[in-house]
Design a protein around this ligand. Structure first.
Ligand code: NAP
Length: 295
């Protein structure tokens, strides 16, 4: 059954690392009226100003005030969430964070909800943070709203955070270095999100996209080629076990989170062929990371 086009799209967290690129892609597409939902109190924000200058409407609401949120979302066809708490990300509760959005979206007559997933494929119990994303995903799927879940693997821009240290030419892996991971840059994730709103195959669907799929060792080789030097690397495959059983040396929660992401991003089957564009090659993102590290 085909449905009427989605025209008005609101992005919660549109000022964020990823949210900015989603809003930018929606604006570049040219077929959407785009709103960026920000939290009250109003604060100055360069990204919001830039997006407003490109045509986005910046709207504000208190997430704790249901009526306020419903009013802000009225007239929205699709709500894309790229919201994320700014601190302690590895401990974030994405269920609690997004429930006010889901409740208000239903009350406001929003048709489609894209939750703040943008990650990997975990199993229940893999990590508290991904468990909260899964709990929320279930609520979205049961809400009666149309939904799309978009998994995109690791963000290319965050490879440094995932263990590739360009400045010191070292890498740290928390899984077997032969593990394959999907990696996608944020501007392409934005394009996938925007185009998903037009594709029947993305209605009530879980979509997996990947800018590229390489083993960690292959990514290391790309970094070595880009820097023109051999890197040292270490492997610590025991972090999740040691953390779960509180065995010394007890890893940090961030290390456990990186281990979880690295182990859950292999994406055997991807949905790239449903989309009209080819993603940017990883070498281009690596070149940018290397360039950034040199300044
Ligand atoms: N796969 C990966 O490698 C990877 C990497 C990073 C992130 N992610 C995922 O991508 C999504 C977005 O992450 P991000 O790093 O782009 O987010 P971010 O930049 O940390 O934050 C996004 C926006 O969320 C809003 N926000 C902050 N605290 C909030 C709160 N307590 N309640 C509601 N909104 C709040 C802020 O917007 P306003 O101040 O304008 O309201 C902020 O600009 C998350 O699901 C995250 O887990 C995935």
């Amino acid at each position: 059954m085909s449905s009427t086009p989605i025209t008005t799209v609101t992005v919660a967290g549109g000022t964020g690392g990823l949210g900015f690129h989603i809003v930018d892609a929606l604006l570049s597409d040219g077929s959407f009226k785009v709103k960026v939902l920000r939290r009250l109190p109003k604060t100055a924000n360069e990204k919001a100003e830039l997006l407003a200058s490109k045509g986005a409407e910046i709207i504000y609401a208190d997430y704790n005030q249901h009526d306020d949120l419903v009013k802000a979302l009225s007239g929205t066809d699709a709500l894309i969430s790229a919201a994320s708490p700014a601190v302690a990300k590895h401990e974030s509760d994405f269920d609690a964070l997004q429930m006010p959005l889901l409740n208000a979206a239903k009350a406001a007559g929003v048709r489609r909800f894209i939750p703040s997933e943008w990650g990997v494929e975990t199993k229940p119990g893999d990590h508290p943070l991904t468990d909260t994303k899964a709990a929320f995903r279930e609520k979205v799927e049961q809400s009666g709203l149309e939904y799309t879940r978009i998994a995109c693997g690791l963000f290319a821009e965050y490879l440094g955070w995932c263990g590739f240290d360009v400045k010191n030419k070292t890498a740290k892996f928390y899984v077997d270095p032969d593990t394959t991971v999907a990696v996608t840059c944020m501007s392409d994730i934005g394009k996938y999100a925007a185009e998903s709103l037009k594709l029947e195959a993305c209605r009530n669907a879980s979509i997996k996209v990947a800018g590229s799929r390489y083993s960690l060792k292959e990514i290391l080789k790309l970094f070595e080629e880009a820097t023109g030097s051999k890197w040292k690397f270490t492997v610590d495959e025991g972090v999740r076990h040691r953390y779960a059983n509180q065995i010394d040396p007890i890893p940090s929660p961030i290390e456990v989170f990186i281990a979880t992401l690295s182990a859950s991003a292999s994406f055997e089957n991807i949905d790239n062929d449903k989309f009209s564009f080819s993603p940017r090659p990883l070498v281009d993102d690596i070149a940018v990371l290397v360039q950034q590290a040199s300044v």
